[in-house]
Design a protein around this ligand. Structure first.
Ligand code: GAF
Length: 382
């Protein structure tokens, strides 16, 4: 298959009759561990996938933006009057959102034509939205000749999605898409936004991360995600902290919340998940990647039982992977469908994939799709 940047450039030339001035590409991600912690100011540990979204761009001398994508296949034009949160919807809304966020940050974005091509599957929880936002951000900044430090990209892209598109996501996906390095996972403190690039060259140790896309349709994902956020925020307020990250005594916190059984479970997940990220980091820093499996599996159990964001396909995939010898497995991303990751000995990746496929057939689920993911680079000019 042709690289997305080549497809984006060809589509640009075909749709607009001229060559693109430039192109940028940005990756999807999986999250190794640290789920539903970002909006609680906690820790996350994603790595970028080799799958990327590319945006080819050309400058226009009038203030309008005409965008084309492999998804929509018909061009969409928006103008300055459309740069009001929510005005442009669907896939083009993510591009209008980035233009809006840049201009809102005082960056004079010129009119432009953009063509988008992507290898990141949509709706699989691999962060196709952040990949699109960050690739568009790179292309538009480049066209504007503006210099925005890379560290400021995640918050700007997150603001585009939160305010313009109206999705209340945290900052993990945009941070992964822009800041990840090849061969590394990204340890991010979502309160201070401090980062550490953690070498994750597990192939050298005979290990692989198998990504299994359950292809389960996302069910109630948006409403349930927003509800989880609200519960966490209300619990933090009751506990007298700004963010659940600041809870230091879990037992005491759960006593205070004892009359609210849902809040107890949500808080228990968030606080224990933060600790699991720190424990994973300690093992990775000690060169013990093969030992993180138990933490991944414990994360899944907590997301299933306490945070209640798994669905049967995710649980069955994790159980089948573990039964087939995976060292650890968990859902990755927001949940309610999407993907599972399994840490496996490289030679058993095929057997684990086959076991999950068999289990899905037994449950009459759609056949899953699986691939081994190498930690890859973040956003780049292509
Ligand atoms: C989704 C969100 F976009 C992220 O910000 C994060 O909260 C994740 O779900 C759960 O960890 O991917």
């Amino acid at each position: 298959m042709t690289a997305p940047e080549d497809r984006a450039r060809s589509a640009f030339a075909r749709e607009f009759g001229v060559g693109a001035d430039l192109a940028w590409a940005s990756p999807g991600r999986v999250n190794l561990i640290g789920e539903h912690t970002d909006y609680n100011g906690g820790y996350v540990l994603p790595f970028a996938l080799p799958l990327r979204t590319a945006v080819a761009a050309g400058r226009l001398d009038r203030r309008e933006w005409t965008v084309w994508s492999e998804v929509g296949r018909a061009p969409v034009t928006f103008r300055e009057a459309d740069l009001e949160p929510g005005k442009v919807t669907g896939w083009a809304g993510y591009l209008a959102a980035v233009v809006w966020a840049l201009r809102d940050a005082g960056i004079d974005v010129p009119g432009a034509r953009l063509a988008v091509a992507s290898d990141v599957p949509l709706g699989s929880g691999l962060s196709s939205s952040a990949a699109l936002e960050c690739a568009a951000l790179g292309a538009l900044l480049d066209l504007a000749g503006a210099d925005l430090p890379l560290d400021d990209w995640p918050a700007l892209a997150q603001r585009a999605e939160n305010v313009y598109v109206g999705v209340p996501c945290g900052i993990m996906d945009q941070a992964a898409s822009s800041l990840c390095h090849d061969g590394h996972a990204l340890f991010l403190d979502c309160r201070s936004l401090a980062t550490e690039q953690v070498p994750f060259t597990i192939a050298d140790e005979g290990l692989s991360v198998l990504v299994v896309d359950t292809r389960a349709p996302h069910r109630h994902a948006d409403g349930e995600y927003a509800a989880r956020r609200r519960t966490c925020e209300a619990a933090a307020a009751r506990l007298g902290v700004d963010l659940l990250r600041e809870v230091t005594d879990l037992g005491k916190a759960l006593d205070i919340l004892a009359d609210d059984e849902v809040a107890v479970r949500r808080v228990r997940h968030v606080v224990t998940e933060d600790q699991r990220v720190l424990d994973t980091m300690a093992l990775l820093r000690a060169g013990r990647a093969a030992d993180i499996g138990g933490l991944l599996t414990a994360s899944h159990a907590s997301l299933r039982d306490d945070y209640e964001v798994t669905v049967s396909e995710l649980d069955v995939a994790v159980e089948a992977a573990l039964a087939a010898g995976a060292l650890g497995a968990r859902m990755t991303g927001g949940g309610f469908g999407g993907c599972v990751i399994a840490l496996v000995r490289t030679e058993s990746a095929g057997a684990v994939e086959a076991a999950v496929t068999r289990a899905f057939a037994e449950h009459n689920f759609r056949a899953p799709a699986a691939f081994v993911a190498a930690p890859s680079a973040g956003v780049t000019r292509v």
